[in-house]
Design a protein around this ligand. Sequence first.
Ligand code: MN
Length: 371
Amino acid sequence: MKIWANSGDSHYMEPKDLYDALPPELAARMPRSVKSADGTTETIYVDGKSFERPLPRIGIVKGKNGRTLSEALRAPGDRDFEVRRSDLDHEGIWAEVIYPSVGLWNSMITDPVLAREAVKVINDWCASVQQESIRHVMPAQISPLDVGDGVAEVQRAAGLGLKAVGLPSGTPPGIPDFNRPYWEPLWDAMDETGMVIAVHTGNTGEDPVHFHGPGAGPMNYVWASYPGMTMAGFMVASGVLDRHPNLKLLISEAGASWVPFLGDRLNEAYRQHSEFVKDRLSRLPKEILFDQVYASFQHDESAIPALTAMGYRNVVWGSDYPHLEGTFGHTQKTLHELFDDQPDDVRYRITQGSFLDLFPHVGSPPREGLE
Ligand code: MN
C-alpha cells in the first residue's frame, strides 16, 4: 500500500535567473555559493558578508562513472517543477511547503533596500510556481528589517495568492526582536490575510557553523533547531499568538517532540513563578502552543509519541525534498517504518491532517490507499 503524505518541509533550488529582474548592483549581493577548488568547502556570500562551511564527502568523491554520489542521488526534479511533480507522485507526496535553499541566507541581508526589493522579485516567482499547481505552497519572503516594508509585502503577497510567509527565527542585530510591540502590525497583517508563519530551522541570519572541534558536526545541526524553538516560545509567551488566535506558526525541520517539553517549561514558569510573569495570557502557554504551533520532522522516532503519548496533535511530516538528508528515494520505506504500527487516524493526522489545518486549499491526494 502506498502511503500518501504532505510535506511541511521541502525546498526549491533557486533558478539561475531569479534575480535578473533586480538592478545588477542589488542582484550581485544576493546569496551565492562558491565551492573551493578541492570541493571540500563552500563559501556563501551575502550582502558583503561571507562564511565558509564544509561540504559532504559524497559531493567530492567520484565513482567509476565520474559522477559524485551526490550527483547520482540527485532528485531529477530538483530544478524543474514539472519533473518535480512526477518525482512527488512516485514518492507518494501530494502537497509541500517549499522553502528556499541558498535563499535561506537572505536573512543575513542588512541593507533594507536590498531586503525590500529582493523579496518582491522572489515572491513574484513564487506566485508563478504556485499557479502551476496547488501542490506547491511557496512561502513569501518579507524584509525582517522594517515593519512597514514587511506589512506592505505581506499584503502584496496575499494578493498574489501566496498562503504563508517564511520568516527567519530571529531578527538581525539592531532590529527589535519579534516579541516586541514594534512587530504587532506585521502579525495583524498576517492574521487579516490568513497567512501561516513558516520558519525553517537554521534560518537565523547567523553563520550556521556555531561550534568547532570534536562533535561539532552533529551539534551544529542540533543547535540550528534551538532558535526556532525559542521563537515559538516567544510567540506564545509574549502573547502574539494569544492576541491572534487564528495565526498559525509552522517550525520546519526541527523535529516535534520539543513542543511538549517547551509547553511544560512555559506552564511551570507561568504557574509556579507567576510573580515574575508580567505578560498575562488568556490561556495557559502550553494550550496556545499545542493549538497554534505546528512542527515538522522527517525521521525522528519520538515525533509520533509526541502525538500518541503526549497529546500534541500538530505534528507534520516533511520530506526535505530534494535535499540529500531528506527522504527522496526512500520516502515510502520511511513512511511505512514510521506508520505501519500506528492506527489509521494517527497516520492520517501526521501525514495529511495537520498540514490541511494550515493549507486546506491543497485538498486530498487523488489516489489514497492502494497504488
Ligand atoms: Mn528542510
